[in-house]
Design a binder for this molecule. Structure first.
Ligand SMILES: [Cu+2]
Length: 129
């Protein structure tokens, strides 16, 4: 009986040592930068554009909260562009999940040259703490 216990203990010790020696290299999880394909957004923000305005003068987001931005084209042909948030959407590419990482007000403009009212298509994305 005692012999068996000793043998078991020895086995355990070898296993533990082997496990420790083998797990030295830890896999680095590669960060993908700005776009977050692995993130599931719990929030959704729909931004609509028509000739020649966005449906709201400002849109509010929370810092650090993943949000799925959905672009909806009501009439004409427009898009949205927010360089600071690395966000550009239009009818062909109409949604993207972003996680704002800084607080501030960011100007949103129309990404498609749509006609006489193009330059007046300006709204704001406001990121709050
Ligand atoms: Cu436009």
């Amino acid at each position: 009986m005692k012999k068996t216990m000793a043998w078991l203990a020895a086995c355990m010790l070898i296993l533990v040592l082997a496990a420790c020696g083998g797990s030295k290299q830890s896999a680095d999880s590669g960060s993908s930068g700005e776009s977050d394909p692995g993130v599931t957004a719990s929030e959704e923000l729909v931004i609509k554009a028509s000739n020649y305005e966005f449906d709201q003068p400002e849109y509010h987001l929370k810092k650090g909260v993943p949000v799925n931005i959905v672009y909806e084209n009501v009439n004409g042909n427009h898009g949205i562009l927010v360089p600071e948030l690395n966000l550009q959407l239009d009818t062909r590419n109409s949604s993207k999940v972003i996680t704002p990482d800084k607080v501030g007000e960011f100007e949103m403009s129309c990404s498609v040259f749509c006609g006489s009212g193009h330059s007046s298509m300006i709204s704001k994305i406001i990121v709050e703490e």
